[in-house]
Design a protein around this ligand. Sequence first.
Ligand code: ZN
Length: 218
Amino acid sequence: MRMSVGINSRDIDELHPTVARGCRELIRRMNAAGYAHVGVSSTYRDHTHQNWLFDQGRSRAGNIVTNARGGQSWHNWRLAFDIFQNIRGQEWNDSDFFATAGMLWTEMGGEWGGNWTNFPDRPHMQYTGGLTMADHRQGARLPEVASMLWEHESRPWEHESHPHPPPHPKTPPLPPWATDSTAWARTNGITDGTAPERSATRQEVWTMMHRLYNLVME
Ligand SMILES: [Zn+2]
């Protein structure tokens, strides 16, 4: 039996940056789908931890949880993460939770372990950019600048000709007694006429008095 259990990180920032962005987006989409408690149980694993997991159910007691030895799991290459429902007692037993996550992740361009026929792994999400494990053994790596499908998809709200313009501040109609003075103040540069019903600060009053003084002394 191996003495060390190695490193099993839950830190999203330990993932490849492309997969880290995807992980955060998946959590956001899960939240939007009504799953507010998405936990991450594993991101990067070192080879030692992967071998320790491989030993489970083989040289060590427990159920077999993986067929991958150190270097054979995408977790070892920072391209995979595992999720769970972060509700006590419901971590792994909500089938819809994982089905929804798998559907969303697949839509985003990732691969879901729940689709694997040999050894379905429903909590498992990965993105390899089309690279195989053999490619990795030969030194190929997902580029730092890689992006997933969801990052290329059009976002209609960014392409609208008028993308949610800030509401134009409504100027209330002037009361009759203020019509002449407002026109005079604007014409003579005392004020630009905005926010007619807002209280003036002391510095605004000083500024308007100063403008009036300069106007009179011209
Ligand atoms: Zn996994």
